[in-house]
Write a protein that binds this ligand. Structure first.
Ligand SMILES: Nc1ncnc2c1ncn2[C@@H]1O[C@H](COP(=O)(O)OP(=O)(O)OP(=O)(O)O)[C@@H](O)[C@H]1O
Ligand SMILES: [Mg+2]
Length: 314
């Protein structure tokens, strides 16, 4: 398989690599069952949580390489999942597309990301670490699951327990600017619904400490249209939007989101404004999808599912 491109644009270099030269071609092979033997065994995987394998990456002399053990990585690489997931090779482009739409169309701060390619052309998702400053210092970041009192370390299903109402309460309690972060969280949950991300669990939202000591919602990450790869349900959190677990019906999604806004301390007027604004993005979203790196088949499936979500909010 051939890499989709072999050079980064100046804009990508500026955003991802502080303007430095970087090649998207990795000196490692990807095998169907995971990373190949070319990967130094000692590098293992990065100490960040998540279901998929993730690797810390550094840029050296224009080449991306897996960070050595103990070395501070500046980027995170997520290879695509294996063939048990449909359209698995489209996963990196799916995540890249969704996150860039979250930032550009929905105006929600999101991580910077791009694609890179193993030496056999298999694409991977590459993101610049928001918790590592250019001087190598680390910012304090806590995901919402670890901020929850009920979290049990090592229980990988815990992140799905509870509701978005509970996650909102944790954000409001932790944030230095609770109203602003709740508004962003409302928009994020709405966008996850519209883009069919069925894996927006408690570890996929984080709080981050800023230089002035303020704790604010971290940039959005790990957003992709999961319907391309699995037949999942709209909300990852087991109880859905509401703590009392009452179910949302497809025909009443606008009302459900409005009621949820009020539950988390926002108002119906704000919800209506954000829903209406979000709905105007569909034509541009579909246009940008055509220009994305997703395969033609993945684009068709993507279109089909998001159109249904947008319709459900009319
Ligand atoms: N750009 C970034 N900067 C800093 N940390 C990040 C960034 N992207 C992801 N992370 C951290 O790495 C963790 C794993 O990344 P991510 O959620 O993308 O992987 P994942 O395998 O899809 O996770 P899961 O399937 O469990 O949701 C995140 O929970 C977050 O804490
Ligand atoms: Mg994740």
């Amino acid at each position: 398989m051939k890499p989709l491109f072999s050079e980064y644009t100046p804009a990508e270099r500026a955003q991802m690599f502080e303007g430095k030269a970087a090649s998207p071609l990795l000196p490692y092979r990807y095998k169907a069952k995971g990373l190949g033997d070319d990967l130094p065994a000692s590098t293992g995987s990065l100490s960040v949580s998540g279901a998929q394998q993730k690797l810390g990456v550094c840029l050296e002399n224009g080449l991306l390489r897996i960070a050595e053990p103990g070395e501070q990585s500046t980027h995170i690489l997520k290879p695509c999942a294996d063939g048990r997931f449909t359209l698995n090779h489209d996963m990196p482009a799916n995540e890249l597309f969704c996150l860039s739409m979250v930032a550009k169309l929905f105006k929600i701060p999101a991580v910077h990301a791009t694609l890179c390619f193993f030496s056999d052309g298999v694409p991977a998702y590459l993101t610049k670490r928001f918790d590592v400053l250019p001087d190598g210092c680390k910012r304090h970041v806590e995901d919402i699951a670890s901020l929850s009192e009920t979290e049990v370390q090592g229980d990988s299903l815990k992140k799905y327990q509870g509701s978005y109402e509970q996650l909102a309460a944790i954000i409001a309690e932790t944030s230095t600017a609770p109203l602003l972060d709740l508004r962003t969280f409302f928009k994020l949950v709405l966008v996850n619904y519209l883009l069919c991300n069925g894996d927006a669990h408690a570890k996929n939202f984080s709080m981050m400490e800023h230089d002035d000591g303020a704790w604010r919602l971290a940039p959005a990450y790990d957003i992709l249209n999961t319907r391309l790869h699995v037949a999942d349900s709209p909300f990852a959190m087991g109880s859905g939007l509401f703590s009392d677990g009452h179910k949302c019906h497809k025909s009443g999604m606008r009302n459900h989101f409005t009621e949820w806004a009020e539950c988390i301390g926002l108002n119906a007027k704000f919800a209506a404004k954000e829903i209406n604004r979000a709905l105007t993005t569909l034509p541009e979203l579909l246009l940008q999808l055509q220009k994305s790196h997703l395969s033609q088949k993945a684009q068709r499936v993507f279109r089909y599912h998001i159109r249904r979500r947008f319709l459900s909010l009319k």
